[in-house]
Structures are given as C-alpha cells and as structure tokens.
Design a binder for this molecule. Structure first.
Ligand code: DTP
Length: 609
C-alpha cells in the first residue's frame, strides 16, 4: 500500500500513499511529467513571462499537470523549493479563481506583495480587511470576468463567515471556483507540528464543492499526518507527491551545551565564521529572544529579537531590516517561521533544541534556500529538555515528539539525515549524506560504554527519594549523584566518578529507554518535571541485565574512556591524545582539549572537505 518510488523523475520525486490502485497512480505521475497537455504551452510561457523563471524545479511540472487535470493532490516538498508556484501558475492558466487557505495574514500579505510585483491579480479576505475591500472581493468572486485569479483567506474566515461561504457556493455553481489550495496542510492534523483548530473545519470545502480539485501543500508531514489530513479534508483519493526531504546543501551538527549559556560560542561563530552573512538564532522563549539579542548586540553583532508578542509593525520592521541586510541576525522564537523567504541564509543556529524533528527540519530548513551551502547547528542542553517537556505537556504526542528530537541530538553513530529520513518514512542510504553532517564527517568519534552499574546507582537515588516521598527534578538527580545534594542524602548515595556531562547523558539515555519516565506536577503558576522510575527500571534488579550506550568520545573524561567496552577505540583515543610536536598545532590541540565539548568545523568553513 505504501508505495514509494524513489529517484523517480530526474532522480527526485517520490510517490507514496496511493490508496486506490497503485498502478493507476504511477501512470498518472508518468503522464503528469509529459510536456504535451493542452495547457502545456501556456504554462511554460507564463512560467517565463510572468514568473520570470526558466525551468521547473523537481515535482513542480508533475504537480501543476495533475492539478490542471483536476486531480486532488498532496504536495510534500521541503521548505523553499517552490510549492506556491504549483497553485499560482495553474490559477493563472485557468478561468475563474483559486481559493487559497493560508494560516497567517502576514504570509498572505507577503504572497500578495510578490504577486503584485509580477502582475498577477490576487486579493485577500481576512479579519483586517476593510468593509470596502470585502465588498469588492465578494463581488469579484461571482464576476464572470474574474478580476482576480487568487483569493487568499484564513481558515478562520471559512469557519466563521457565512457570507463568504454563500459567495463560494454561488461561484461554484457558476463554474468560477476553479481550484482550492490548502497551504501548510499539516495544520489540519493534531499529529502535525502546528495544529490549528480552524483547519479541522476545512472538510466543508470538499463536501460542499466536490468537483473542485484540492491541493494540500506542506514541507513536513509524515504519512500518518497526511492520512489524517486526507480524512479531515474529506479528500477521497488524493495523489501524494513527495519530494525527498533531503537538502544536500545543508550541513547538520549537534553541539553539547557545556554550560547553560552558549551565547558566547554563538557570538564567536557569527563574528568569525559567518562574518557579513545572514542567519537566524532560534531560542526557546520571548524572554530568551530579548536576552540573547542583547548579548549579541553587546558583542557588536547586528542582531534583533523577533517573537509573537511584538507589535506587528515592529515584527515587519525586523523582517524587512534583516531581508535588506541592515541587520545580520534575527534572534527568534518559532513565531519567525512561515513566510520567511530569504534566499541567502547561511546559518540557522538553535540556542535551544526544537520541540520535534518536524519543527527542527522546518526551522533549520530556512537556511540555504538559494542552494548555496549553509550550516544548521543545534545546541543540546540538559535543562532545556525539561523546559520544553513541561511546555508541551498538554499536547497528545508532545512527549514522544520531544523524545525523538532528543534522540536525534543524543545520537552519536547514525547519520543525522538517516534519523530524519526514518522520521519522514523515507528509505535512506547513509552515503547520500556526503559527509554533510557531523556524524558522517567524524565517523568513529564515539565509544560504547557499559553503563549498567551507573544505571543501578542513579536509579537507586530516585528509588530512595521516592521511598521517602520526595520528588527529584532531573537537575536534583544530577546534583545528588555528583555528591552535591543535601547533606542528609550524601551519606547514603554512591557518588559517581562520571563528569557532569556524562551524568546528564546517562540520565537522558535512561529516560529515552524507559528506565526513567516523566512525572509532571502542576501548580497554579507552573508545571514541574520530576523523574520517576520507568517501566524498565525493575529489570536492573536482575544481575544479568546490562545496558550499553554510545557516547561521544570528546564529551568523555579519560576515566570514563578507560571503562569503555571497546579497547580498540580506547587505544585510538590515547593515540590521538598525544599532542603534536609543532608548537602552533600544539597550542590548538591544547585549546581543543581544554574546550573538550566544542564541536566540529561546519561546512561553510571547511569547503575543502
Ligand atoms: N522553478 C523555479 N526556479 C527557480 N526558483 C524558483 C522556482 N520555483 C520557485 N522558485 C523560488 C521562488 C521563491 O523565491 C522560492 C521559494 O518558493 P516558495 O513557493 O515560497 O517556497 P515554498 O512554498 O516551498 O516554501 P515554504 O515551505 O517556506 O512556504 O523559490
């Protein structure tokens, strides 16, 4: 059922989720790639004359032909690859108008501005439309001369405006409602990463206007999310076109936060590595956005914050200044997202991990839209995991998604792209990464450790606390295990010889593998995260049970390395630990050794590789 054709059409497109007859579906796609439809000449001509583009990007032609031939379609294409063209061009080459549902007014305004610049008549109806504008738009919808080709509305408008629905009804009966495009279609599904309740009501469109082809567009959706969207939108047999998630020009890297604030490291990178280049620093909260932006400004970096709580005019000012290179960096929360279409973003740094892999993929995907090389670096901090965990506590799948993101960061031996591929149900060959992630570039930089004894010790701490009716936060567990807890506990606790970073890694590992689990406690003001024993904790009572984990060699203390269960790797470690004879090299070696948590050289600085 889940047909996936890879390297289809110029080695790019993939087709999946054909529910009906897979052969028919594949034939559709082959046919859709043909340049010989009745509309092909006009489409090609307008691609050049109106949109000023000479060629289609992968999947665009197939998507446009399928849409022009009246098929319902889901188009999953990485951010910045040109999804909009796949409904704008068909709109221009058809009679009547295309109804576009978009989640944000700012996003619509950007699109309208762009369409105006290329002389494509387009309008919007949203909460801030004046009476006069609304009247003009509503009249235009049933005007046979179609004064506009695209009508942008928010999902709220569809849900709330009976007047709009009645005009759509009339336009449908007159044959003027030609196509429906649902942008960011993953917002329909609770399993998607940006669920919007009003998207759930959009099923009315297909129920009411069954003959109008619908195209749903998204950059990130797993097959389960798409199935959910299909149900919600009442689309019977859509064809799904999926462009591979892979962005070969992006270098992915994870760095451990060696102290809570990694802003110094970020500032240094921006000043040295990304001098005069545009980028984004994503942070956890509005407060962090302001604080990190101020810190960067103090270090002479032209940075400004951006978050949902700012005045719309301030937000667009920051956006404009960044787009025109008057500022170098936007320090933003996730509010800086949809509709950001700057081509030459050379770095996206996450000061704090994202709440899911989908979020991370989309946020980091704002880099390198011009196909030039760009770096996506995430700083992985222990305390951040629990801050985010309490933030997503109300979301059905929030914890699971966060765990996937944490596993992505904690991972030391699998290609980062492979981890994303698994997440997006893609088949992946690690060689295709082309050393464009830290793991592939620095292959054997990890050691396998037997952590059974450590696990028993730390599980005992939580067990003891629970027997005394005490709850411990992960930070308290770390402290207690490192011998820094309250004096009364210190006598009974076996203090560990591991370093703080190792302690944190072991606790994360135990949490990801079910030896610990989360125990939330709600107060009127905040939610607390405590650790409790997980479903697998009891296994540790069994003397034969063992746990191993892979740990980055550079985050390990020599003491731990000697406990590693792979003696060949220990040997390599000691070989590498001999400083070079040359004094310059020696200095940099020592710098590297002291700053043992710092990470690899990103792609843009390492073009020789
Ligand atoms: N065939 C093409 N050739 C060259 N550039 C193209 C082509 N099609 C689109 N583009 C450009 C136009 C835009 O500047 C840029 C991104 O297009 P856009 O439609 O906004 O991407 P998108 O909708 O896939 O991204 P997002 O997921 O962020 O919304 O790509």
């Amino acid at each position: 059922r889940n047909l996936v054709l890879h390297h289809f059409a110029n080695g790019y497109s993939a087709v999946n989720g054909c529910r009906q007859n897979e052969t028919i579906c594949v034939i559709f796609i082959f046919v859709a790639l043909s340049p010989d439809f009745s509309w092909s000449k006009e489409v090609q001509a307008k691609l050049c004359s109106v949109f000023q583009l000479s060629n289609f990007r992968p999947l665009q032609r197939a998507a446009i032909n399928l849409s022009m031939s009246g098929k319902d379609l889901f188009l999953v294409m990485p951010t910045g690859r040109g999804k909009s063209l796949c409904y704008q061009l068909p709109a221009l080459c058809s009679k009547g108008f295309t109804l576009v549902i978009a989640p944000l007014v700012s996003l619509m305004e950007d699109q309208l501005m762009y369409l105006k610049s290329v002389d494509v008549p387009a309008v919007t109806l949203n909460a801030s439309s004046t009476k006069e504008d609304s009247k003009h738009v509503l009249a235009g919808m049933i005007d046979k001369n179609s004064p506009f080709k695209l009508l942008y509305v928010t999902p709220e408008k569809i849900a709330k405006s009976k007047l709009l629905m009645s005009k759509l009804d009339k336009a449908y009966n007159m044959g003027l409602l030609t196509r429906i495009a649902v942008d960011e279609v993953h917002c329909c599904s609770q399993w998607g990463h940006d669920f919007r309740p009003d998207y759930k009501l959009l099923g009315i469109l297909k129920r009411q206007f069954p003959k109008v082809p619908l195209v749903g567009l998204t950059a990130t959706a797993t097959s389960n999310v798409l199935k959910d969207c299909q149900k919600i939108l009442c689309v019977q047999e859509p064809i799904t076109l999926t462009a591979p998630f892979n962005r070969p020009n992006l270098y992915y890297e994870v760095r451990f936060k060696d102290n809570e604030d990694c802003t110094d490291q970020i500032a240094q990178m921006i000043r040295e590595r990304y001098k005069n280049q545009s980028g984004i620093v994503y942070v956890f909260s509005q407060k962090d956005a302001a604080a990190v932006a101020t810190d960067l400004q103090k270090k002479n970096i032209l940075a400004q914050p951006y978050h949902a709580n700012m005045e719309p005019s301030d937000k667009s000012l920051v956006h404009q200044r960044w787009s025109s290179k008057k500022i170098q960096v936007v320090v933003a929360t996730v509010a800086f997202g949809m509709g950001i279409d700057k081509a030459d973003v050379r770095f996206v740094i996450h000061h704090t991990i994202s709440k899911s892999i989908e979020n991370y993929y989309q946020e980091s995907g704002r880099a390198g839209r011009d196909d030039g090389s760009a770096d996506c670096i995430v700083f992985f901090g222990f305390a951040d995991i629990f801050r985010i965990s309490t933030m997503v506590v109300m979301e059905n799948t929030g914890q699971q998604k966060l765990q996937n993101m944490v596993a992505y960061c904690q991972n030391v031996d699998r290609c980062r792209r492979a981890m994303m591929a698994i997440h997006f149900d893609e088949v992946w060959n690690d060689d295709e990464c082309n050393q464009m992630c830290d793991v592939c570039r620095h292959g054997n930089d990890y050691i396998t450790m037997d952590i059974t004894k450590h696990a028993r010790d730390v599980v005992t701490i939580v067990e003891m606390a629970s027997s005394m009716d005490e709850k411990l936060t992960p930070l308290k567990v770390c402290d207690a295990w490192l011998g820094k807890g309250p004096a009364k506990h210190r006598k009974t606790i076996k203090v560990t010889s591991l370093s703080r970073l190792e302690v944190e890694s072991v606790i994360i590992h135990l949490l990801l593998h079910g030896y610990f689990s989360e125990d939330f406690s709600f107060t009127p003001y905040t939610t607390h995260f405590y650790l409790k024993l997980g479903r697998k904790a009891a296994l540790l009572k069994n003397g034969n049970h063992s746990i191993t984990m892979k740990m980055r060699r550079r985050v390990m203390s020599p003491a731990t390395v000697s406990q590693s269960i792979n003696s060949a790797e220990v040997f390599i470690f000691h070989m590498q630990a001999v400083p070079p004879a040359d004094s310059d090299d020696k200095k940099s070696f020592l710098r590297r050794r002291t700053k043992k948590y710092s990470s690899f050289i990103p792609y843009s600085q390492n073009k020789s590789m």
